[in-house]
Write a protein of this length. Structure first.
Length: 428
């Protein structure tokens, strides 16, 4: 699970996990610095896998060993779902929940606690996320050093997949009003960002809690019509069963809505999907993939897939690999199953760890073949690349590109693809 260090003055934020966590980490850094918190490390945790939690704990211990007088604050999903585990660490000074972790008032109180000290009983400051009903998005006017900007439009999840701890860490689904999203996109574009990504925990649930129940498709239309200077709009991970008709029409009609989607699919076997409590079947997932490509013939797709789910047989594992190939996925994120305490899947018959690892390895081999096929198909084509720092960029399909010559950072350059190295394209 990747971690990203976001320094801001005397405050450093170490983010684990998803894009939304990284986005919120930027807000945490701003709020903590604004409150005058000094010489502190904020560890913004992820609870998706046991490995992510282990890495966070390891990072905390490493940081305190390197700087014995460093103050350590832990927040994020793992802190929300198991605060006592972090509060019990001698290296941790304060544990904050997810409810308002980037709020000014939160960090004003945190500074007072850090400056004057707290007892072990006062280290945990975590609210019940099930009671949170409004979205409090991070609203940055600029993402320093980045050509791509992220806008949080939704948070939380109302579904209960049997493997997932995130609803307990994020609370119920709640959406940011459309007008606020459009205003935020407008500010980002005015400050030089060419590409914006709409992100959330359950993005396709957008709007169900708002007056008039606007859909994600309506939001996409509003953003594109409200900010005509936005060059590129992307969506983070979506759920196939919630994609609305307006979103499908926008994908077909809006050239500035990029032809790349990441899908939450998880398995390609019907019985395992039922045990996961997913709301789609294998056939429905394939039909959705086909509908996407009919709407946008150049659509490139990625997906999250879990390897070694409890009770999974060898035949079911093969079915998932066959499904990934049949769907023609270019980017597959493979997650070896990790039992999360408190979830139904943790109480199911578990597979041996070695078997889970072996199935994840074979699934990654299939994924590597599919990525190689996608990269090879791009060679000789001209692609519009958003140029980033370090001679890198991404095509409209979010395929990474290594540039062979200097191109102005932030520009959208038409480049010929000369080859690839198995992981990224190489532009001529």
């Amino acid at each position: 699970m990747a971690a990203h260090d976001q320094p801001r003055g005397a405050v450093r934020v170490l983010n684990f996990g998803c894009r939304l966590n990284a986005l919120e980490g930027d807000g945490i850094a701003r709020a903590a610095a604004g409150a005058g918190v000094g010489r502190a490390l904020v560890v913004n945790t992820c609870a998706v896998t046991g490995e992510a939690v282990r890495q966070a704990r390891q990072a905390i211990r490493r940081a305190r060993r390197a700087e014995p007088d460093l103050r350590v604050v832990v927040t994020g999903c793992a802190a929300q779902t198991d605060p006592d585990a972090f509060a019990g660490m001698d290296e941790v000074d304060l544990v904050l929940g997810n409810a308002d972790k980037s709020g000014a008032a939160t960090w004003a109180a945190a500074r007072a606690a850090l400056d004057f000290g707290v007892s072990s009983e006062q280290k945990v400051r975590v609210q019940d996320m099930s009671q949170v009903r409004t979205a409090t998005p991070h609203l940055a006017d600029r993402f320093e050093g980045h050509t791509r900007a992220f806008v949080e439009v939704q948070n939380g999840c109302d579904h209960r997949c049997t493997f997932c701890i995130i609803p307990y860490g994020r609370g119920p689904s709640r959406s940011v009003p459309m007008g606020a999203v459009v205003d935020q996109v407008r500010r980002l574009v005015r400050n030089g960002h060419r590409e914006v990504v709409l992100t959330g925990v359950d993005l396709t649930a957008y709007g169900a809690d708002l007056p008039g129940t606007p859909t994600l498709g309506r939001l996409v239309r509003a953003v594109l019509s409200g900010e005509p200077e936005l060059a590129r709009l992307r969506l983070s991970s979506i759920d196939a069963v919630e994609a609305d008709g307006e979103l499908m029409r926008a994908l077909a009609e809006e050239e500035r809505l990029m032809p790349h989607l990441h899908l939450s699919l998880q398995s390609g076997d019907d019985l395992i999907l039922k045990r996961m409590k997913r709301r789609h079947s294998r056939a429905e997932a394939l039909a959705f993939v086909d509908a996407l490509r009919r709407a946008r013939p150049d659509m490139v797709l990625g997906a999250d897939i879990i390897a070694g789910f409890p009770t999974e047989t060898e035949a079911q594992a093969r079915a998932t690999r066959a499904f990934v190939a049949e769907a023609g996925l270019a980017f597959v994120h493979v997650f070896p199953f990790s039992a999360r305490p408190g979830t139904p899947a943790a109480r199911m018959p578990q597979l041996p760890a070695a078997q889970v690892a072996e199935r994840a390895l074979r699934l990654r081999e299939t994924a590597a073949e599919l990525l190689h096929r996608h990269l090879s198909a791009q060679v000789g084509r001209r692609r519009r690349v958003l140029v980033e720092a370090g001679g890198r960029g991404h095509t409209e399909h979010f395929t990474p590109v290594r540039l062979s010559r200097p191109v102005e950072r932030g520009s959208l350059a038409q480049l010929r693809i000369a080859g690839h190295d198995g992981a990224r394209l190489i532009a001529a």
